[in-house]
Design a protein around this ligand. Structure first.
Ligand code: PSU
Ligand code: MN
Length: 318
């Protein structure tokens, strides 16, 4: 049984005010800041993503574990201080409570951010790419906890699909097994992060943020647990086609195998190798898609607020 009063959950003044006023809020993860993007672009991007959400009339809530508390919403200086700490752990479902109890600083993955968002009553979350089934999972068993979290925690996650460092067909199969709606936004193809088209068709497609919000509400009313994955393709001007990235992905994977990288270290290792291999290009694309996902998430969150405010029409007097 969840007892929110016993959980050290600290909302920033801005997020607390937004909650009280029932304004739209969008959660943001911090593993992308601490383990996904290089400095100094990581902090610049975090700020730019928050600005996109504000520009759409919503409030950003950046999530992290700091000083023994789950923090929902960080001031700019707090985030900079947090990101500069030594040994920030990458926290997923398994580690979140341990880090809070032990006072370890930690950034939240997609799975952990969904858990924290739900605790804070936030229903929409924007990120870049979700974790998934790694290539070779049939022997390594490396499947991100993000997938099961999508199956059990009622948060809509806006991401540009998943990176092709993963096994995308297997990732889609597992999401289907788990009953997670995978909704391509505005196109038929499942996007592959830097590329708009993974070559795979997404199981579902919606073209409007309002439709995503309606489905989110309907799932709750039907008592269906879990969230939904909204796969938003990178803006066309910024995309890097798969053919250009594939060789870099292959060599990053080979390097990970040679160096014996496993478990939590796999995703950050591959990400850093690909940024290095593509120079600025993949980083610019990464920033563009994060901003674009933040805008879409803000619109979905605003649409949810609008749905909740819609009262049934007054009865016709006779
Ligand atoms: N994919 C990206 N960038 C990221 C991540 C994934 O393109 O920064 C991060 C996210 O926080 C995601 C996590 O939840 O990595 C998945 O890690 P793992 O595969 O260890 O579950
Ligand atoms: Mn893993």
């Amino acid at each position: 049984m969840m007892s929110p009063d016993k959980i050290p959950l600290v909302l920033s003044p801005e997020v607390a005010a937004a909650r009280a006023a029932r304004r739209p809020i969008v959660a943001l993860e911090t593993t992308v800041v601490t383990h996904g993007l290089p400095a100094p672009e990581n902090l610049d991007t975090a700020r730019a993503v928050e600005a996109e959400i504000r520009a759409e009339g919503a409030v950003p809530a950046t999530v992290a574990v700091l000083d023994g508390a789950i923090r929902i919403g960080l001031e700019e200086e707090e985030l900079a201080r947090f990101a500069a700490l030594p040994d920030i752990r990458k926290l997923s479902r398994a580690d979140l409570a341990v880090a809070v109890a032990m006072g370890w600083p930690g950034s939240t993955t997609v799975a952990a951010t969904m858990i924290c968002a739900r605790l804070a009553g936030i229903e929409v979350f924007a990120t870049g790419g979700i974790g998934g089934v790694h290539r070779g999972a049939e022997t390594s068993f490396d499947i991100s906890a993000d997938l099961r979290e999508l199956a059990q925690t009622p948060v809509t996650v806006v991401a540009s699909g998943a990176k092709a460092i993963l096994d995308l067909p297997k990732t889609l199969e597992v999401l289907e097994t788990l009953g997670v709606p995978v909704i391509a936004f505005g196109q038929d193809a499942f996007p592959a992060f830097w590329a708009r088209d993974s070559g795979l068709r997404a199981p579902l497609r919606l073209d409007e943020s309002r439709a995503v919000a309606r489905v989110h509400r309907l799932r709750r009313e039907m008592g269906l647990p879990g969230g939904q994955l909204v796969a938003n393709p990178i803006p066309a001007e910024e995309e890097i086609p798969l053919a250009i990235l594939d060789p870099h992905i292959e060599s990053a994977l080979a390097e990970a195998a040679v160096e014996g990288i496993t478990a939590k270290a796999v995703t950050p290792f591959l990400l850093s190798r690909i940024v290095a291999a593509t120079g600025g290009a993949s980083l610019r694309a990464n920033i563009a898609l994060l901003r674009s996902n933040a805008r879409l998430a803000a619109r979905i969150s605003s649409d949810l607020v609008a749905l909740d405010q819609r009262r049934p029409p007054a009865p016709v007097p006779c």
